[in-house]
Design a protein around this ligand. Structure first.
Ligand code: F6P
Length: 319
C-alpha cells in the first residue's frame, strides 16, 4: 500500500482531529502518502480529496470538530453511488481508507472493502454505542461537558428548590446519561434501558422532596424518550419542586478533546495504519480491557449492546 485516504463521517466527535493526525503522522513516517477525503462519503463520491502532509495536521490535536468536515450520506447504501466513490478513489490512486465515524460509517467501510478497497473503521462518536469497543472517541469529552453543565444546574436548582430535567444525547444508548448520573450524583437517570414510567418518576420526586427533604432534584434523561419541556411542567404541577428543562444539545459535540480522547484517538489511528499495512480491511478498531484490537466489522455490527446492569445497580445504590 502506497497511498491511503482518511475521512470522518456521521456526527462529529471531539478527538476526530487527533485520529486524523495520528493516521497521517504514523503513515507518512513510514513513507505512505495520506489523502484527506472531505465531508465524509459525500466528498468521496464527489472527489473532494486532497493530499495531507504532516504539516497539514499540525495544531489540530487539541481542536474539537473535524478538519475534514463530516456528513451523513444514506445514499451510500446504493451500489451505484459506491461505484462512483470507488472510481474517485482509483482516480486519486487511493488503495485503502480509514473511516472515522459511527456504526453507519462502518457499514459503508465494509461495503467498500467488499468492493476491493480495504477500509478500517475507527469509532468516532460521542454516543459510546459501539459494542466492539469499551469506549468511543469523543465519549469522555462529551461526558465532561455534561458533568460540567449538570454541576452548574445543581447550584441554581438548590437555591430555588427546583428539579432540573436535563436531556442528553446518546442516540438510543444510555451511556452518556448513566455515566453523567453517577458522576453528578443525580437523583434519577432515565434511558432506553431503564424505561420511562412518568407516574413512577413523579412519585419518586415527591419522595425526594417530602421524605428525603432534598433541596433540589436532578433528572438526567436520554434524548428521544419524552418531551422534557412538557415533563418539567408536570414536575411543577405534581411535585413540590418547580421543574425546569435543559436540553444540552449540540454543545455536547464540541470542545477540545480531553486527554483520554486524544490518547484513545492516537492509539486507534496508529492501529488503523498498522492493520492496513498488513493488508487487512473490513475491520474496526476498539479497546477491550485496555488493549487495542481489530474486530471484523460484520462481527462488531452484530454484537449485542453492552450490559449496563452493574453500573445501573451502582447508580441505584448511591441515591
Ligand atoms: O451520533 C451523535 C449524535 O450527536 C447523537 O447523539 C444525536 O442523536 C445525533 O447525533 C444528532 O444528529 P444531528 O447532529 O444530525 O442533529
Amino acid at each position: 500500500v502506497k497511498r491511503i485516504g482518511v475521512l470522518t463521517s456521521g456526527g462529529d466527535a471531539p478527538g476526530m482531529n487527533a485520529a486524523i493526525r495520528a493516521v497521517t503522522r504514523v503513515a507518512t513516517n513510514i513513507g505512505i502518502e495520506v489523502y484527506g477525503i472531505y465531508d465524509g462519503y459525500r466528498g468521496m463520491v464527489e472527489g473532494k480529496i486532497q493530499p495531507l502532509t504532516r504539516r497539514d495536521v499540525s495544531d489540530i490535536l487539541d481542536r474539537g470538530g473535524t478538519m475534514l468536515g463530516s456528513a451523513r450520506l444514506p445514499e451510500f447504501k446504493s451500489l451505484e453511488v459506491r461505484e462512483k466513490a470507488v472510481e474517485q478513489l482509483k482516480k486519486f490512486g487511493i488503495e485503502a481508507v480509514v473511516v472515522i465515524g459511527g456504526d453507519g460509517s462502518y457499514r459503508g467501510a465494509l461495503a467498500l472493502t467488499e468492493m476491493g478497497i480495504n477500509c478500517i473503521g475507527l469509532p468516532g462518536t460521542i454516543d459510546n454505542d459501539i459494542s466492539s469497543t469499551d469506549e468511543t472517541i469523543g465519549f469522555n469529552t462529551a461526558l465532561t461537558t455534561i458533568v460540567d453543565a449538570v454541576d452548574k444546574l445543581r447550584d441554581t436548582s438548590s437555591s430555588h428548590h427546583r428539579c432540573s430535567v436535563v436531556e442528553v444525547m446518546g442516540n438510543r444508548c444510555g451511556d452518556l446519561a448513566l455515566f453523567a448520573g453517577i458522576s453528578t450524583g443525580a437523583e434519577i437517570v432515565i434511558t432506553s434501558e431503564t424505561g420511562f414510567d412518568e407516574g413512577e418518576v413523579l412519585d419518586r420526586l415527591r419522595e425526594f422532596d417530602v421524605v428525603k427533604k432534598k433541596n433540589h432534584a436532578l433528572v438526567i434523561i436520554s434524548e428521544k424518550i419524552t418531551d422534557v419541556e412538557v415533563f418539567a411542567r408536570k414536575v411543577s404541577q405534581h411535585t413540590g419542586f418547580s421543574g425546569r428543562a435543559t436540553i444540552l444539545g449540540h454543545v455536547q459535540r464540541g470542545g477540545s478533546p480531553v486527554p483520554a480522547d486524544r490518547i484513545l484517538a492516537s492509539r486507534m489511528g496508529e492501529k488503523a495504519v498498522d492493520l492496513l499495512m498488513q493488508g487487512i480491511g473490513g475491520q474496526c478498531v476498539g479497546t477491550q480491557s485496555g488493549n487495542i484490537v481489530g474486530v471484523p466489522i460484520e462481527e462488531a455490527l452484530n454484537m449485542p449492546a453492552k450490559s449496563r446492569k452493574e453500573l445501573q445497580n451502582l447508580f441505584d445504590r448511591l441515591v
